[in-house]
Write a protein that binds this ligand. Structure first.
Ligand SMILES: *Cc1c(COP(=O)(O)O)cnc(C)c1O
Length: 360
C-alpha cells in the first residue's frame, strides 16, 4: 500500500507504542498518536521525502525563518469512527484547498493535494486504533507548514517542512449542548481587509490571545470580533464563524478578506438552503444585533467550526451589559444543525454532496 504513494514508512517498534488514553477524559489537543506524516520542499526538488515516521521532536535551526517572520500555516480537520466501525473524513479536499490558499497568501509553496490526501489516509490507516469510538469524539488532524531556511532577512523562505500530527479528542459537549457567553471586543481587532484574516496563519492566533484573556476575565468563553475600521460590523467569533437567526432569515457576514472561510460555515449554509431556510450573507452591525436581541427578533445565534461543530450563543457581553439570546438557552435550529452535521460526519446519513469520505 505504501509503495505506490511514494511515501516511506518508519514504524515505531511495537514495544514502544504509546498506551492509549482513557476515551472518557480525552479533552482537546493533549495526546498525540505514535506516528506523523512529513515532507520537505525546496526550490530544486519541490516537495520530496514524503514519509510516515514516529511522532517525535525534530531538529530545526534557531535561525529558521518561521521563528522570526511567521511563515506558518495550518489546518484543522477530523477523522470520525462511525457507521459499521468505518473511519470517515469530512470534506478533506476543502481543507487542503484552503491550506493551499493560505500558502499562496503567505508566499509558501502550493500543496500537492492528491498526494497529501493519500498520505493522510495512509497515516490514518496506520493509526486507526487511535480513532475513538464514542459518538462525538474524534481524531483531530493538524496539517502544518513552516518556513525552515536558516536565514535572517525578511523575504520568503527557500525551504519548508510540512507535517500532519493527530490527536484523539473528546466530545465538545460532555454535559450536553451548552450555550456560550460571548465577549464583544471594541478595542482589539482580529484582521483587516487586505491583511491575512482569511488565511489560517499562526500569527492571527497569537494576535488574538490578549483579547481572549480579557474575555475570560469577564467570565466569557470567546471573543466576538468586529471589523477593524469602524468597530461596527460583526466578523466572527474566536476561531469560528457566526450565524444569526433574525426573524426567518439566517444571516452570516460575507467573506470579504478578513474572515476565515469556514467549511462548517459553508456546510451549514448548504443544509439551511436544502431545508428551505433563507440564507443571507450580508454585513450585520453590532447595533442591529443588540437591538434585535432586546426586541426578541433575534431568535438564535450560533458559531460554527470543526472543533465544536455548532456552538450556541447564550449571551453577548457588550460594553458592560449582558444581552441574553433566546433567554440563554441553546436554540432549536442550532441543535438541529449540530445533530444533522454529526450524522453526516460519522457517515450515518448520506449527504448527497460527497462530503463524507471513507478512509478505512
Ligand atoms: C478554522 C477557523 C474557522 C472555522 O473553520 P472550519 O473549517 O469550519 O473549521 C473560523 N474562523 C477562524 C478564525 C478559524 O481559524
Amino acid at each position: 500500500m505504501w509503495q505506490d504513494l511514494e511515501v516511506t514508512l518508519k514504524k515505531v517498534e511495537d514495544a514502544r507504542l504509546k498506551e492509549k488514553p482513557d476515551q472518557n477524559s480525552l479533552g482537546f489537543g493533549r495526546y498525540f498518536t505514535d506516528h506523523m506524516f512529513m515532507m520537505n520542499w525546496d526550490r530544486q526538488n519541490g516537495w520530496h521525502d514524503a514519509r510516515i515516521c514516529p511522532f517525535e521532536d525534530f531538529r530545526i535551526s534557531p535561525a529558521a525563518m518561521v521563528f522570526h517572520y511567521g511563515q506558518a500555516i495550518f489546518e484543522g480537520m477530523k477523522a470520525y469512527r462511525g457507521k459499521d466501525d468505518q473511519i470517515f473524513l469530512f470534506r478533506p479536499k476543502d481543507n487542503l484547498q484552503r491550506m493551499s490558499d493560505s500558502a499562496l497568501r503567505m508566499c509558501m509553496p502550493r500543496l500537492p493535494a492528491e498526494k497529501v490526501l493519500k498520505g493522510l489516509k495512509a497515516l490514518l490507516y496506520l493509526e486507526r486504533d487511535w480513532v475513538p469510538s464514542l459518538f462525538g469524539s474524534s481524531l483531530y488532524i493538524r496539517p502544518t507548514m513552516i518556513a525552515v531556511e536558516p536565514m535572517l532577512g525578511v523575504r520568503p523562505s527557500s525551504s519548508y517542512c510540512f507535517f500532519i500530527i493527530l490527536c484523539p479528542v473528546g466530545a465538545y459537549y460532555p454535559e450536553g449542548f451548552e450555550p456560550t457567553r460571548i465577549y464583544i471586543s471594541d478595542t482589539y481587532v482580529r484582521a483587516v481587509k487586505g491583511g491575512v484574516g482569511q488565511a489560517k496563519t499562526a500569527g492571527n492566533y497569537g494576535a488574538s490571545l490578549l483579547a481572549s484573556e480579557e474575555a475570560k476575565k469577564a467570565g466569557c468563553t470567546q471573543v466576538l470580533w468586529l471589523d477593524a475600521c469602524e468597530h461596527k460590523y460583526i466578523e466572527e467569533v474566536g476561531t469560528s464563524n457566526i450565524f444569526f437567526l433574525l426573524g426567518d432569515q439566517l444571516i452570516t457576514p460575507p467573506l470579504e478578506g478578513s474572515i476565515l472561510p469556514g467549511i462548517t460555515r459553508d456546510s451549514v449554509m448548504t443544509l439551511a438552503r436544502e431545508w428551505g431556510i433563507e440564507v443571507v450573507e450580508r454585513q450585520i452591525g453590532i447595533d442591529e444585533v443588540i437591538e434585535a436581541c432586546v426586541s426578541g427578533e433575534l431568535r438564535e445565534s450560533f458559531a460554527t467550526g470543526t472543533a465544536a461543530v455548532i456552538s450556541p450563543v447564550g449571551e453577548f457581553h457588550y460594553q458592560e451589559t449582558v444581552y441574553p439570546v433566546n433567554t440563554g438557552e441553546a436554540g432549536e435550529l442550532a441543535r438541529k444543525f449540530f445533530e444533522e452535521m454529526q450524522l453526516r460526519q460519522y457517515g450515518h446519513r448520506e449527504d448527497g454532496y460527497g462530503w463524507s469520505v471513507r478512509v478505512c
